[in-house]
Write a new protein. Structure first.
Length: 251
């Protein structure tokens, strides 16, 4: 049984003060929810303020990025241990915005996943094709390379320690959502690839989230698909009311 996860990715939104206010409003509304894991990724500078509000709740704290080295002369970077110290348990790795605007490569993604797992934190590895790649019929090839290169040489003991997020780039922040069938098709393909890498049994326990314009109105039909185990939510997670509705789909 794969326990569903709804993860909010705030991207570059929310000061510490705003994050604390969000935590105050949101935490009581979801306090009785135990059948879905709730994960929220504030920007680095708001992690502490948000965590102080939610540390005694079931809400899990996530970072949006990390550096692959454990420490050193890397001005402006943040390590896994620094994040763990702030209460972080999950880290988004290889988001398409990092890949397209900041030159993140599959090799970099792999190094970050390795360090994250090595320190006992949970990576949320993002993959997804652009509109052009989809239109050229290249979706599966692109996903295959991202999964195989990003996970080469990676080992996991417990399948719950790795989360994959399928986020078609054309659906992120655009209001265009992949249809449930389109998403399910890619999710099943990803699970097959994970089976080749980790073995079928482990692959059947890895959670695969869908991301790209998830909102209260479309969460149900997406999450009902067999291989969709939750969502990675950007825009709609910034408002506690809409994020609450998305989380409560599972009630
Ligand atoms: P969106 O973003 O929900 O605003 O489309 C999703 C994401 O980038 O994780």
């Amino acid at each position: 049984m794969r326990k569903p996860i709804i993860a909010g990715n705030w991207k570059m939104h929310m000061t510490g003060e705003e994050a604390a206010e969000y935590g105050k409003q949101f935490a009581p509304r979801v306090k009785d929810i135990s059948d879905v894991e709730i994960v929220i990724a504030p920007p680095y500078t708001s992690l502490g303020a948000f965590f102080r509000e939610v540390s005694d709740t079931r809400i899990k704290l996530c970072a949006q990025n990390v550096h692959f080295e454990e420490k050193g002369a890397f001005t402006g970077e943040i390590s896994v241990s620094m994040l763990a110290c702030e209460g972080v348990s999950h880290i988004i790795i290889g988001h398409s915005e990092r890949r397209s605007y900041f030159g993140e490569t599959d090799e970099g993604v792999r190094a970050k996943i390795k360090t994250t797992l090595g320190k006992g934190l949970i990576p949320i590895m993002c993959v997804g094709e652009t509109l052009e790649e989809r239109e050229q019929g290249n979706t599966n090839n692109v996903i295959k390379v991202q999964i195989e290169e990003g996970l080469r040489g990676i080992e996991i003991d417990d399948p719950q320690n790795l989360i994959v997020a399928y986020e078609p780039v054309w659906a992120i922040g655009t209001g265009k959502t992949a249809s449930p069938d389109q998403a399910q098709e890619v999710h099943a393909f990803i699970r097959g690839l994970l089976g080749t890498i980790f073995g079928k049994e482990k692959a059947s326990g890895i959670r695969i989230l869908y991301g790209g314009s998830v909102k209260p109105a479309n969460v149900r039909e997406l999450m009902e698909q067999e291989d969709i185990d939750g969502g990675l939510v950007g825009g709609a997670s910034l408002d506690p009311t809409s994020f609450e509705k998305i989380v409560k789909f599972y009630e």
